[in-house]
Design a protein around this ligand. Structure first.
Ligand code: KIV
Ligand code: ZN
Length: 517
């Protein structure tokens, strides 16, 4: 057995592909591009930008990312199908360093019930797919899907064949999150023992979290020779998600003594990357989420606090600063100027804002500082997410007036811009939010099913900005929008309108797909 002794781990981020395809996490092109820029700053080695054959929208986003992001390799996913591979290549061919990632299922369960193909046929298709991809680029990754439920000797045969056909990376996915850490490590060791040409490729792993062991499985695989980990920010992904990037990276960093690996990730940008994803998708992480959850570094117990005061190491295995968690403090007031805002944004990690974006942020900051005396980092992040990065949409809120109380029938009067035309109407409801949504539905002539409505305060105090999350059901999909304002009724209106605008951008993608078919 010869296994790679190199201790450098390649981080393959699939937030924009496996993560984005899971319910509620869809992003539009601008959002994907913004997130891809952050992944580049974070230092990931490979960005899996999408699955170009899935839709015109996916294709356009992958193409744009490939054209603009020059640091990391840009991978596009394709089934082991020649036309899929052609489409993937078309999307990434302008990248500085493109990678085609092709896959086919290899487990008996998938072969029998889903593909209805024999092992021999699948082996042939896998080899042909890799050979075809290699006519475009030498940077080809192959994944035998459902590898952990595949007959081991057949898996070895497939891995050997695709490496011989030219794959320079072979990824072993635990597609259904079935494997246990020791077992998964042993599978990787088995491949190293039984695949003759295994050292001609990098062995990668892609673990799902159905049994909560995706990160443990990935670490176990590294111990047995794997050198690439596929993961996502906040661990988002199909079903229970994928291995979380921040957990894998911080486990490698914190237990370097035991594991001895290193990655190229800039750990101080981890927290900001997590927050950016939350802001874009509107889906928060659970408070007790490792590394990036709100309580990840909070110590409540008196004994722990006592220990920490005496020596941080007593209860802290890594510092919040090491992953970029900002200390909550008042950052700016109404007298702060544009220069101070710009400098502060840079300190927060927003280093590539355009002048126009800074102007917009400053303008909104001034408005907020007029009604709220203390402005926190969280307020600045909300301004960027909800006011600066939003592009011109179909619907825009101009004016909202609400009458409510325990004697009046709650009534909302709203003025909105719809495709540039100003429209005004009123709605009634059981409360001010219900009345506001009724008025918006009238003006926009929409009636999507409301799946979820949630309000959170960004910071403490009664003058805190409220962040509202709205989820609507559109065409069987969950669409999420968010809005922030010190007035929670206004925040609710902004969130509802943002969700409707996101439905509109999905519709535009769907229509483009229909035209293509
Ligand atoms: O989970 C999986 O098997 C995948 C493959 C496409 C790599 O996402
Ligand atoms: Zn997956």
């Amino acid at each position: 057995m010869t296994k790679s002794n190199k201790k450098r781990v390649f981080i393959f981020d699939t937030t924009l592909r496996d993560g984005e395809q899971s319910p509620g996490f869809s992003m539009n092109l601008d959002e994907k591009l913004r997130f891809a820029r952050q992944l580049e700053n974070l230092g990931v080695d490979i960005i899996e930008a999408g699955f170009p054959v899935a839709s015109e929208g996916d294709f356009a986003s992958v193409q744009q990312i490939a054209r603009e992001i020059r640091g990391p390799q840009i991978a596009a996913l394709a089934r082991a199908d020649l036309a899929d591979i052609d489409r993937a290549w078309e999307a990434i061919k302008d990248a500085a360093d493109p990678r085609i990632h092709t896959f086919i299922s290899t487990s008996d369960i998938h072969l029998k019930y889903q593909l209805k193909k024999t092992q021999k046929q699948v082996l042939k298709e896998a080899r042909a797919a890799v050979e075809h991809a290699c006519t475009y680029t030498k940077n080809v990754e192959f994944s035998p899907m459902d590898a952990t439920r595949t007959d081991k000797d057949y898996l070895c045969e497939v891995v050997e064949a695709v490496i011989a056909a030219g794959a320079n990376t072979v990824n072993i996915p635990d597609t259904v999150g079935y494997a246990m850490p020791d077992e998964f490590g042993e599978l990787i060791a088995y491949l190293f023992e039984n695949v003759k040409n295994i050292n001609d490729a990098v062995i990668s792993v892609h673990c799902h979290n159905d049994l909560g062991v995706a990160v443990a499985n990935s670490l176990s695989a590294l111990k047995h020779g794997a050198r690439q980990v596929e993961c996502t920010i906040n661990g988002i992904g199909e079903r229970a998600g994928n291995a979380s990037l921040e957990e894998v990276v911080m486990a490698l960093e914190t237990r370097k003594d035991l594991l001895g690996f290193s990655s190229n990730i800039k750990k101080k940008l981890i927290y900001h990357s997590s927050r950016l994803l939350t802001d874009i998708t509107g889906i928060p992480v659970q408070p007790n989420k490792a590394i990036v959850g709100a309580n990840a570094f909070a110590h409540e117990s008196g004994i722990h606090q006592d220990g920490l005061i005496k020596e941080k190491m007593t209860y802290e295995i890594m510092t919040p600063q090491s992953v970029g968690v900002p200390e909550t403090h008042i950052v700016l007031g109404k007298h702060s100027g544009r220069h101070a805002i710009k400098k502060h944004l840079e300190k927060m990690g927003y280093t590539n804002l355009t002048d126009e974006e800074i102007d917009k942020a400053f303008e909104r900051f001034k408005e907020l500082a007029d009604v709220k005396k203390e402005i926190f980092d969280e307020d600045i992040e909300a301004i960027l997410s909800y006011d600066v990065f939003r592009k011109l949409d179909k619907y825009r809120l101009i004016y909202l007036n609400v009458v409510s109380g325990n004697v009046a029938i709650p009534t909302a009067t709203i003025q909105m811009e719809v495709d540039g035309e100003v429209i005004q109407d009123a709605g009634f409801g059981v409360g001010p939010v219900d009345a506001t949504f009724a008025a918006i539905r009238k003006i926009t002539k929409t009636d999507y099913y409301l799946l979820r409505y949630a309000v959170n305060a960004i910071t403490g105090g009664t003058d805190a900005q409220g962040v509202v999350t709205v989820q609507l059901k559109y065409n069987g999909r969950t669409v999420v929008g968010r809005g922030a304002d010190p007035d929670i009724i206004v925040a609710s209106a902004k969130a509802y309108i943002n969700t409707l605008n996101r439905v509109e951008s999905l519709k535009a993608y769907d229509n483009k797909d229909a035209e293509v078919k």
